[in-house]
Design a protein. Sequence first.
Length: 242
Amino acid sequence: MNMTKDAVMQRIRNLAADRGGHVGFDTFVKETGIKDKWLRRQEWWTGWNSLLAELGLETRKFSVPRTPEHSIVQAVAALIEREGRWPTEDDLVRARKRDGSFPSLGVIRRLRSSGRLAELIIKLGEASGQFPKASDLARQHQTPVEDTADARPDEKVKGYVYLLRSGRRYKIGKSTDPSRRYREVRLELPEETHQVHTIPTDDPTGIEGYWQKRFDGKRIRNTEFFELDASDVQAFKRRKYQ
């Protein structure tokens, strides 16, 4: 996606004007089709409320101040240096119990689920010259960003079939808005969740059924999850449109 900050700000102005001066982040993403993950990776991105404030629009008020991102990242990086491994949720809970100033599991989970935790730890290591173990492990856990919206402009897209990874399990589903569905699913699952790939299609129900049937022998009993290997995942990712 090639879009400047000024272009994004103009889209916010237009949408706010249509909605009486009020526009939420989820609404903006849904209405414009601009991916939230793409926005969060831009150097000029400082948060949704910051953009609204810059435009003079009403911002959402939080009753409890949010923990600054740099504090979260530095705390997790320091934990990784001490433990010598990428932290599990149990590690994070124990660290919180030992030190009440350590960020809560909830705030770390939100940053990690967005796919930005590893990226920010790497940047912290590069800027500070510290946290070498944390930086190396973060590179191993970095999630590649894929642009899945533009498959074949000449094909009619009615929806998407997505592949999500949660821990060692994979979930196949369909949605007209995969970014929104990813945000919903990751809040429901206890383990770290990543969006692996989405396939634009003119037949979401049929293509979802095709992949679920193809991997049916690898379905985890009585669940909607599958145990896939690397070749299965690559087969799914090769499809740019179906």
